[in-house]
Design a protein around this ligand. Sequence first.
Ligand code: HEC
Ligand code: HEC
Ligand code: HEC
Ligand code: HEC
Length: 483
Amino acid sequence: MGGLPKKAQQLENLRKKKNGVLALDSGALLFKEEKIQPDQIQQLTATAQGIVSAYNRMSFAAVGVARQDLAAGLPFLLSLQHKSDFPWLSANLVNRTHGKPYFKPHTLLSMAGVNIGVIGLTGQGPESLLPEKDNAVILPWEDVLPKEISQLKGRVDLLILLSNLPSSTNKKIAETHPEIHLILQGGSTSGNLVPERINNTLITQVEQQGKSIGILEVRWNKQTKKWEDAGAENLLLEKKNELDRLGWQIGRYLKTGDPKLVFKDKPDVLAAYESMARQHERLNQEIARLTVEQNTRNANRTQFSSYSHHFETMRKELPDNPAVRAIVDATTTEVNRIGKAAVKARISDSSGKNQEGISENYAGSNACTSCHAPQFAKWRGTQHATAYDTLEAKGQQFNVQCLPCHVTGPAAQTGQEMLALAHDLRQVGCESCHGPCRAHILQPTDAKAERPTMATCQRCHSGDHDDRFNFFEALSRLRCRSD
Ligand code: HEC
Ligand code: HEC
Ligand code: HEC
Ligand code: HEC
């Protein structure tokens, strides 16, 4: 949720500049994964509630229900709906018995005189997320979408779909349902996607976890409800550039005199020139035709709807919105408090013995000093050696969402294990990169330490937390080798 204060400020600035700003999110807002460890649920749901408060503050108009949003269970999301000022939308997450949707299937909005319908669809996925007792099922889109469209078609000027289905399915929806004008896809895809048009449907997406916001500026014609053809203008421009290039080349030939005379003894050069001249003639005709088409389009321009788009990355330098900053800070403080309480409870439970250190294959970085003093000294000088301290300074050392990358140990630890880690395994230690080394310490030549690869680093230096990571450059800054 770290980027939310910046996102909020960008949105506020936009609303100051423009009328009719509509904030929509296709979903996958609350959790990164579809499943979460039971002992992490309390911290993750506290974070989810903070995200909803921030979205309330940002006046979101609607959010789609993605599979990830159900990770803490359907009852949790239903309880969050009561705390959300915006509707969560899903037309296909329904009660198994009577087929009624658990959330609003669509919502109606009005913005700058345009009536807008927004429908939500949840992704189906290979396996069911929903336990038997929820009595819920995610239906195929074909079962619900046509009905939603026919209900809304006559009532709205602009129809938007928040889809958590795979992009190939969204393309199919666009092909078969031109009544939908815009699909905002999410949940099962990654990265920013420049709007792509299929028939009369625009499909676009913004990368996950709020790292960017996508701004789509739409001038909508309620009468025709048709996007204009942007591609044709590019084609005309392309042809004109080609004509320019050819004209310049032909000009160079003509400078030396009439090619028919100058090159009369060089038939291949003459042939090349003549082919160029014919191409020039053809281009001239095509441009004339495209220009006529363009002029007709210009005359009818007002009939069509147009859009422009850009993505804004939430860079570090961007200002925070103070109100949302306060929400995020209160949330992370609460999340850390929950983790701290869990540690305390565990210590009093285990009656004083074996309070820390469950990772018996790990030795801790201090155990390497005796035999690898130079590597140890070097490591001490890197930020890896203080990665846990960094969390402590932020008051986040008990947050299970932060620990995996700021301590030493296997990637898939439970919340309990991470919170009870031995003191010497805090920080990103030697064994984060070289694997567990307890055996190696006892028999250095027989049990070899692992040699890290790029994938080792990317476990932590990945998209969300370090999208500018360059393995070779990074390696050069913290070589263990003495040469
Ligand atoms: C008792 C001495 C000793 C201790 C303690 C020790 N090592 Fe080693 N380490 C060695 C020796 C000896 C070699 C060389 C082994 C060989 O070349 O067969 C070695 C090699 C390595 C290598 C190179 C592996 C390779 O394949 O080239 C790494 C990495 C390594 N150790 C990491 C560690 C880490 C991390 C620790 C602490 C958790 C550690 N070692 C503790 C003695 C030790
Ligand atoms: C267990 C997670 C983890 C792994 C594995 C990991 N890093 Fe890091 N790395 C971090 C964290 C966290 C920080 C920032 C620590 C801080 O600032 O407190 C960091 C910081 C860095 C920095 C800046 C350090 C400095 O002192 O300038 C570099 C460079 C780096 N890592 C490279 C790598 C490379 C290369 C690998 C793989 C060989 C790697 N890291 C593996 C978590 C990891
Ligand atoms: C997926 C791994 C990962 C997770 C999870 C993670 N971090 Fe980090 N963190 C890193 C890496 C890698 C770096 C170093 C890269 C860099 O400096 O850009 C880093 C650097 C940092 C830094 C120092 C640089 C900065 O941006 O100010 C802070 C503070 C930090 N992390 C806090 C957190 C907090 C708080 C959480 C939990 C909410 C968290 N991290 C979760 C991998 C992670
Ligand atoms: C961020 C990942 C990372 C951490 C943390 C790390 N190493 Fe390494 N280590 C590497 C890489 C990568 C290599 C491969 C050689 C190189 O390019 O430096 C390496 C190589 C080594 C080698 C073999 C050196 C040689 O000359 O071939 C030893 C020994 C070693 N590390 C020990 C340690 C010890 C001890 C620690 C902790 C004090 C440690 N490493 C921490 C990434 C790491």
